[in-house]
Ligand binder design. Structure first.
Ligand SMILES: Cc1cc2nc3c(=O)[nH]c(=O)nc-3n(C[C@H](O)[C@H](O)[C@H](O)COP(=O)(O)OP(=O)(O)OC[C@H]3O[C@@H](n4cnc5c(N)ncnc54)[C@H](O)[C@@H]3O)c2cc1C
Length: 379
């Protein structure tokens, strides 16, 4: 591969690839169609989950070239307590020594994950060009252009509050069909959202019910200065992750947590693996197959099983989850056991992504997202 690398997309996946390649001496340019990194987000809080792997998320960041310093220039806050509600709003407080997740802010603001990654990328020597949409990478490169279809939809608000730092979840299909409603508060700012996997047309109603439910269980939330946000996530299997010199990373490769939409870990890890593949000449697909695909396939089986639970089943799940070591219990569910691979073909058949692959997959196709044959983009 040439020492010159072009990357489409300044999301976590593309930027982590850029950081690692620049540090290895490559001449890297990242292009993003938006005016800043994190533009698709709105200052909402998200969690980097800490249960799918033995490797702590803080150690993962270090391994992939991102230094998390104490009192760092971005929010990276461990949460060791989650309050979980069932559909009758019965409350269970779940605690664990190991953080469930690390809270980060997404968007263009100064303390966000996206701003931190952008700075690290520039410090590593990469060039970043904003307001530049990439349709083709004629010399190959890395494609990290995010989701292309909605398999999960989130709708919510960010707001100011005087309530203490809190993480809470409600499992109720009336609020978030086959997903979850969540509240995250950190340092006087909060996020409330419904993350839904079905009935997308009901997203507004789902969010309104979510808001009412959280205001009922936490009267102290006292929301001020609310701003709305929304977004979607996409996961799929089977499209080539490396084709015609192009490495697909993050959600552009379909890499996403199929159970609950925690895609940041997949995005950053795949960006790192694409860089590793280029630097060390190792097959990218094999790296993904070893590190991320077993977990993602298991997450799809988990989604298949989770969708079968319904409100009564969620209450059972909460009881199981809260007894013993909850992070360990979740990790057990993410590990490909003997049983889960057997269920994968059924889950894959049952759960198809809304994305239809229109790729031509021709040997000379340079499109980052194939639209060959379309009038706007003849190859
Ligand atoms: C509301 C919401 C809440 C979420 N909560 C969580 C959470 O709590 N935990 C978690 O782990 N994950 C969460 N996710 C998922 C997570 O944010 C994504 O999986 C992750 O950001 C994917 O990273 P990426 O780099 O693949 O893509 P993105 O972050 O989407 O970045 C893609 C970039 O490519 C740019 N781009 C697109 N097309 C082009 C083009 N043609 N040319 C140039 N640039 C282009 C875009 O502007 C964007 O900057 C959430 C997602 C949403 C929407």
């Amino acid at each position: 591969m040439e020492r010159l690398i072009e990357i489409a997309g300044a999301g976590p996946a593309g930027i982590v690839a850029a950081i690692n390649l620049s540090k290895a001496g490559y001449d890297v340019t990242v292009y993003d169609e938006n005016p800043d990194a994190g533009h698709r987000f709105h200052g909402d809080f998200q969690g980097i989950e800490n249960w799918s792997s033995h490797e702590d998320a803080a150690d993962l960041l270090k391994r992939i070239g991102i230094l998390v310093k104490p009192g760092a220039d971005f929010i990276f806050q461990p949460y060791k307590k989650i309050t979980v509600f069932d559909s009758n709003l019965n409350m269970t407080v779940v605690r664990c020594e190991r953080p469930f997740f690390y809270l980060v802010e997404r968007g263009t603001g100064p303390g966000s994950l996206d701003s931190m990654l952008l700075k690290a990328c520039l410090d590593a020597g990469a060039k970043v060009v904003f307001n530049k949409k990439v349709d083709m990478l004629k010399r190959g490169g890395i494609v990290g252009i995010g989701p292309k279809a909605a398999d999960a939809v989130a709708r919510g608000i960010i707001f100011n509050t005087t309530m203490e730092d809190t993480a809470a979840v409600i499992l109720d299909d009336r609020l978030a069909p086959k997903g979850y409603a969540y509240l995250l508060i950190h340092g006087g700012k909060g996020t409330i959202a419904a993350c839904i996997f079905r009935e997308f047309k009901r997203e507004k109603e789902c969010f309104e019910r979510t808001l009412q439910a959280f205001q009922r269980v936490f009267p102290a939330v006292n929301i001020k200065g609310a701003k709305e946000f929304g977004g979607y996530g996409n996961f799929f299997f089977g499209k080539p992750v490396f084709e015609n010199g192009k490495y697909y990373v993050g959600e552009a490769a379909g890499l996403q947590d199929c159970l609950w939409g925690f895609g940041m870990r997949y995005a950053m890890a795949s960006g790192y693996l694409a860089a590793k593949s280029i630097i060390e000449g190792i097959d990218y697909a094999s790296l993904l197959k070893k590190e991320l695909l077993p977990m993602q396939r298991t997450a799809l089986v988990n989604r298949f099983l989770f969708e079968r639970l319904g409100n009564k089943g969620y209450a059972y799940f909460i009881r199981r989850f809260s007894s013993g070591n909850p992070v360990e219990e979740l990790r057990r569910h993410y590990n490909p056991s003997f049983f889960k691979p057997l269920l994968y073909p059924i889950a894959a058949w049952r759960y198809k992504s809304r994305l239809i692959d229109k790729g031509c997959h021709a040997g000379d196709c340079a499109c980052v997202w194939c639209r060959c044959g379309s009038k706007e983009n003849p190859c």
